[in-house]
Write a protein that binds this ligand. Structure first.
Ligand SMILES: Nc1ncnc2c1ncn2[C@@H]1O[C@H](COP(=O)(O)OP(=O)(O)O)[C@@H](O)[C@H]1O
Ligand SMILES: [Mg+2]
Length: 493
């Protein structure tokens, strides 16, 4: 076929049109060393790499080298005719090589190239997107797992708290895990069932009345009457007729015969508090009860049989009183058949934390305050105090602190101790809650308020400004209260 034949001209023309217009890049390479032809797409993409156009352009030379290397490798790997991918100048290319029959036996190859970079980037983006979804999901999953774990931990904590609450003795039980208290508790339960007379001794505020209550609760008489008499509260003759009753006309005002408490309580338990304070006369009458199980009404002479269990308590040293003759030895023996001696709080400091927690819980409820934190420093302060007023003092301290606490935390500012060290054996004060009977909330709060102000003034040596600041009160409000409670700062200097 001659070049100039009209047929070959048409073929060449058609081939040229095809090559010039397709979007694929087409190159013709020769002898693995030069580019002979590039269609416009290829020129557009690589720049003109044809041997006659390169002119020592380094970048173009490097690109040509890279392309020729691909051709060489394809021939070595016999991948001519296969569609493959490669990366060149950061472009992702798909290529196919096809042999070109030239004349003069030159080694010529068609090099068809498609740019897949955009496609590739999209795929990569997609992969990234995919990845990030995975990351997000795995984050979320780990968060969920974490919060599930947390939820479980919380549920567990809640359960153990509930358990703990169940274990927590109800109001009126003896709190404390010190060895002394454990032994004491054991003893209480051991002796409760018998009808033996029990003498409870211990400093004021150690829990003597509490023990008496427990004794009665765990005794066989727990559903029988329980009577508490404070022997120092009433004058002696009244006490005697109160306890033993009286015959008509036995003393002025005794118009009718009256049964005494020992008779009324028959079958039950009687708690004689402050037994160290009774007179010799009462001591004799009591001895009869304990010795013979009978009483004689005031003004009478017929003994009446009674069945009463006696529990007595005192903060006095009865043995010493026997020594100095102010307490009958025989009565002491009768009372002291079983002695429950409660050690002072300073000798069982292990109980302080338990008791503090217990009282915080109690008053948090009573005052509707959400105290949930007690700083270690406060606890340390409570631990070093020597508690002359024992558990009662601790209860009072915590009660005031809970009432005054701001931001649900008890701080040093809210700590006031009842008594100065060495002030022991003061007359027994009752805690506020023990004096609720028949009193209005207003009166009780007033009592507490007054106590707080007096304590603070004492602590601040009568410094009003400092006290006002600590109480976070207005001046007028403070002076109103001073007036109402008849407090004078001078008295506290
Ligand atoms: N171990 C204890 N656990 C809980 N509260 C106690 C304990 N010991 C004493 N208390 C409380 O302290 C206060 C004083 O106790 P109380 O029995 O009246 O003492 P006492 O008769 O020895 O002066 C009461 O409010 C009592 O409930
Ligand atoms: Mg008492």
């Amino acid at each position: 076929m001659k070049n100039n034949s009209p047929n070959s001209k048409r073929l060449i023309e058609n081939q040229k049109n095809l090559l010039e217009s397709i979007p694929e890049m087409v190159l013709l390479v020769k002898d693995y060393q030069s580019v002979e032809y590039m269609n416009p797409s290829a020129r557009n993409f690589f720049g003109d790499l044809r041997s006659e156009k390169i002119n020592g352009d380094e970048k173009a030379l490097a690109t040509t080298d890279a392309l020729l290397k691909i051709v060489k490798n394809s021939i070595l790997e016999k991948s001519i005719g296969q569609t493959l991918v490669t990366t060149l100048n950061q472009a992702h290319l798909e290529y196919t090589l096809a042999p070109f029959k030239g004349y003069k036996g030159d080694n010529l190859f068609w090099f068809f190239i498609r740019d897949l970079t955009e496609n590739h980037n999209q795929l990569e983006e997609l992969a990234l997107f995919h990845n990030s979804i995975e990351t997000i999901l795995s984050h979320k999953i780990s968060e969920l797992t974490k919060s599930e774990r947390m939820r479980k931990a919380l549920a567990q904590e809640l359960n153990s708290l509930k358990e703990h609450l169940k274990e927590q003795p109800a109001e009126g039980k003896m709190i404390g895990s010190s060895r002394a208290l454990s032994e004491l508790r054991d003893m209480v339960f051991q002796v409760a069932k018998s009808d033996a007379t029990i003498l409870i001794t211990g400093e004021s505020g150690t829990g003597k009345e509490l023990v008496a209550n427990l004794l009665r609760e765990s005794s066989n008489r727990n559903n029988k009457p329980f009577l508490k008499i404070n022997c120092n509260a009433i004058n002696d003759s009244l006490l005697e007729s109160d306890l033993f009753g009286h015959e008509k006309g036995s003393f002025t005002g005794a118009d009718t015969k009256r049964k005494g408490k020992f008779e009324v309580v028959d079958g039950g338990t009687i708690f004689l508090d402050e037994i160290g304070d009774i007179t010799a006369r009462m001591q004799a009458a009591l001895l009869r009860v304990l010795q013979d199980g009978e009483i004689i009404r005031v003004g009478g002479n017929l003994p009446v049989k009674i069945d009463v269990r006696v529990v007595a308590a005192t903060n006095k040293n009865l043995a010493e009183m026997v020594q100095d003759g102010s307490f009958r030895l025989d009565l002491f023996y009768r009372l002291n058949i079983i002695n429950i001696s409660i050690p002072p709080l300073r000798e069982r400091k292990d109980d302080i934390i338990d008791l503090t927690t217990h009282f915080i819980r109690k008053y948090r409820q009573a005052f509707k305050k959400d105290i949930n934190f007690l700083p270690q420093s406060i606890l340390n302060r409570l631990l070093v105090h020597n508690w002359p007023g024992n558990v009662r003092e601790l209860e009072n301290v915590i009660q005031r602190a809970v009432l005054m606490a701001k931001n649900n935390v008890i701080t040093e500012n809210e700590l006031f101790f009842d008594l100065q060290p060495g002030d022991n054996n003061q007359p027994e004060q009752k805690t506020y809650l023990q004096q609720i009977e028949g009193r209005t909330l207003k009166l009780m709060i007033a009592d507490i308020e007054k106590d707080i102000i007096v304590h603070l003034l004492d602590k601040n040596r009568g410094n009003v400004a400092k006290t006002i600041k600590q109480l976070d009160l207005g001046k007028t409000a403070f002076y109103d209260k001073m007036k109402r409670y008849k407090i004078s700062p001078k008295d506290h200097k």
